[in-house]
Design a protein. Sequence first.
Length: 270
Amino acid sequence: MIPDNTEFFITIEEQGTMPTTPSTSKVVSGVFSEQKTILSADSIWGADPFADLAGTFFLATPTSGNDTTDECNGIWFFNATGPSASLNLPTPPTGWQYEGWVVDISDPQNPMPMSTGTFTDPAGPDSDGAGPYAGPDSAPMYPGQDYVMTVTKDLCEDYMAVITIEPNPDRNPDTPFFLKPLSAAIMNITGPGNYQMLTAVTNVLPRIEVSVEESSPTAAGPVTSGPSEPTPDPTVAPTEAPSGGSGSGSGSVTIIASIALLFFSAFFLL
């Protein structure tokens, strides 16, 4: 059985591997007492980190200069007056980052997400600036993207804006992670002064109840479960992780838990 005060945590790992050292992308952790624990993100993110979660965005194409006919082809997450950050997000812990997405929902059965870049500080630029399809003019030093060169996107019709929490490094960069604290359907309203509100999900981080039962011996090693990163509806920010299962890790116990459908590794620290 598992001794009291044993730390147990779940990490994001590369699919198909059996790591002996956990990655820095911890999802939840907890300490066992009487063969039970509640795994949460409190020790990773802090208590209630998204209590003041909020965000806005606007549609505009600052890299196309004075051309105002293409304002539906760009999205920016900041307040143009000032300017200042418009995403009220906590600083992500080691192993995590944020990512912006625009999601084509013209076919509800087959939503098509496209990243607008990753970032850890909403008051600074994201990983790809204004993006590969930006115009020739300078871009704001905030998260966002223009689609005015080669690839254009009319974001005013059948699109959603989503902010996700992503593992860092991200082993599946083309797919939004299931943690989506901010999202909204994009309206046909353009211009830097016309801000659109993002819907906040403050309880976005999972909590997992874990109990231990006696079991026949099995090979020791980290616990794994599920595919690397699922492809859920990227327009929806779930309030809790879906249910799944997890196997044994010590050879003498079975871990019973409700976990997200991801590829997890579970580690014991005695």
